[in-house]
Design a binder for this molecule. Structure first.
Ligand code: NOJ
Length: 556
């Protein structure tokens, strides 16, 4: 018997689309909405229940859509509102929901509000943003931008600075201004009335800044973060959005929340009348091979990964709900981080089962389902992402040559996630008939959707089986999580239990063979093997010797 409240949002699996690199329909080299429309059957074939679109609004693309210049329209590079409505209808007809990315911590500096805001201090929009006078010709405080040096940009005309926690072209909105909050609600209503099913809210936990904007503790690229990562009015504003808008629709909201701990998360996602967000993307499990940022790379530590995952699994169970992910547009490809290029297929399948069978709603990033890998970019001139450019500036100061920097970037940068989806072995991976906006990974000839679709043992078909299995087995959705052998640096083993049903998930993170012994109370011979990534699944003495990156899932 489960105490967990059931909901379609807990049972769903969601596919994330970063449109620019998804599928190009008109040969301009840029993925677009008609391209997505043509792939709806493919997306449905994965068994997912929803699509999250990274921002598709008009944008000068300083941060590829995360700098929005008009919240109620579609980026003309991607299509029109009509194209979007067709996708909405097409998705709904196929039983899939559609979620928009809502980016309201900041806008583009080319948004009308900001253009007005910088006209004069008396302009009615001035207070839509965070403008301050300098201190003795210096910025108002020592905060650093995540993307480019100082978090303040000086405006000569006004003799004031505006705050930008991300790029200069992404000024932060002043959420303390009630008019700004009304604008946010208005945007939410616009899309919800059109029929969208909810939002992924970009760095939503940054929207409230500490009173007086005090100096922060110096740290690379994030000085000041303690003053806005869970600011004084965050809970209040999120509750206001919920009360005034979201509660009036059958919709769902997942918040992106860097630097959150389980405890701070619970104040936002704990179920009950004060719940502010349905779920949260936390970052802790994405730091198993780095420190704080992907750019400070360390060797992969399985214990770090398990520690983070189990902390959230145990901390939230019965109180709140996890959002599960191992890839998105902000991180390098997972097989090249936590898996192995030599055992790409095996490790991609193992990683898929490892995270998707935990308690929570799984999100799958485009290309993840075919095991796409990182790309080798030759030089900074081939890069596209503002975060990479920023890192280059910082690493150059540390004495890195371009070559040495690119070696790192090819391991850790967001560029790796943003190469076009590899649809087939045809020219340009079947992504475009024109010149692709960004490099296509050369390995498309052997790693692509068309080939994997035909191969019953492919990563793609493993994802399909996994998603279907989760849907058909309540224990995989609602079961209680317990980890075994937490000290192991080789195996990730956990159970899920719901009533008399038990599921045991055994994952090896090693190429070499490791002995797995069933935890007490388990007799493997009486279980049913429901998923695995090898054909030979012998059991020896109630356990087995693992093959490279082996995964087995048993039901009891
Ligand atoms: C988080 C988004 O996922 C990332 O892509 C973006 O650059 C920042 N927020 C700023 O919007």
């Amino acid at each position: 018997m489960s105490e967990i409240k059931r909901s379609k949002f807990k049972e769903m699996a969601v596919y994330q689309i970063w449109t620019r690199s998804f599928c190009d329909s008109n040969g301009d080299g840029i993925g677009d909405l008609p391209g997505v429309l043509g792939k709806l059957d493919y997306i449905k074939s994965l068994g997912v229940d929803g699509i999250w679109f990274s921002p598709i609004y008009p944008s000068p693309n300083a941060d590829y859509g995360y700098d929005i210049s008009d919240y109620k329209n579609i980026n003309p590079e991607f299509g029109t509102l009509d194209d979007f409505r067709q996708i909405l209808d097409g998705a709904h007809e196929r039983g899939m929901m559609v979620f928009m990315d809502l980016v309201v911590n900041h806008t583009s500096d080319e948004h009308e509000w900001f253009k007005e805001s910088r006209k004069s201090v008396d302009n009615p929009y001035h207070d839509y943003y965070i403008w301050r006078k300098g201190r003795d010709n210096k910025p108002p405080n020592n905060w650093l931008s995540n993307f480019e040096g100082c978090a303040w940009e000086y405006d000569e005309g006004l003799d004031e600075y505006y705050l930008h926690i991300f790029a200069k072209k992404q000024p932060d909105l002043n959420m303390d201004n009630p008019k700004v909050r009304e604008e946010v609600k208005d945007i939410m209503r616009f899309w919800l009335d059109m029929g969208v099913d909810g939002f992924r809210e970009d760095v939503i936990t940054f929207i409230s800044k500490a009173e007086g904007l005090p100096n922060g503790i110096p740290m690379p690229a994030a000085t000041g973060i303690e003053h806005y990562r869970h600011g004084p009015h965050l809970d209040e504003y999120l509750l206001e959005f919920r009360r005034d808008v979201l509660s009036k629709y059958d919709c769902f909201v997942v918040g992106e929340s860097p630097m959150m701990t389980v405890d701070s998360a619970l104040s936002l996602i704990e179920e009950g009348k004060d719940q502010k967000l349905d779920m949260m993307f936390n970052f802790q499990h994405m730091e198993a091979d780095c420190i704080m940022t992907d750019w400070v790379k360390t060797p992969f530590s399985l214990r770090k990964l398990k520690g983070a995952m189990s902390r959230w699994q145990n901390g939230l169970y019965g109180r709140a709900w996890n959002a599960l992910y191992i890839e998105n547009h902000d991180h390098a490809r997972i097989v090249d981080r936590y898996g192995s290029r030599d055992y790409r297929e095996e490790s991609a399948k193992m990683l898929a089962a490892m995270y998707m069978l935990q308690s929570g709603t799984p999100f799958i990033y485009q290309g993840q389902e075919i095991g796409m890998t990182n790309i080798e970019l030759d030089g900074i001139s081939e890069c596209k992402d503002i975060a990479t450019f920023n890192a280059y500036r910082l690493f150059k100061k540390l004495g890195f040559s371009e070559k040495r920097f690119m070696k790192l970037a090819n391991k850790v940068s967001r560029e790796n996630a943003r190469t076009p989806v590899q649809w087939s072995s045809e020219e340009n991976a079947g992504f475009t008939t024109g010149k692709p906006w960004f490099n296509i990974n050369e390995n498309y000839r052997s790693i692509n959707v068309r080939d994997e679709d035909k191969d019953p043992d492919s990563i793609l078909n493993f994802y399909r089986s996994l998603i279907a299995f989760r849907k058909e087995n309540d224990v995989a959705i609602y079961g209680k999580y317990r980890e075994f052998y937490p000290a192991s640096n080789s195996l990730f083993v956990y159970e899920r239990v719901l009533g008399s049903r038990r599921m045991l998930v055994v994952c090896s993170f090693k190429e070499r063979s490791v002995r797995f012994d069933s935890p007490s109370g388990y007799d493997l011979n009486s279980g049913k093997l429901v998923l695995s990534n090898y054909k030979d699944n012998k059991i020896v003495n109630n356990g087995f010797l693992t093959k490279p990156y082996e995964v087995r899932v048993y039901l009891f």
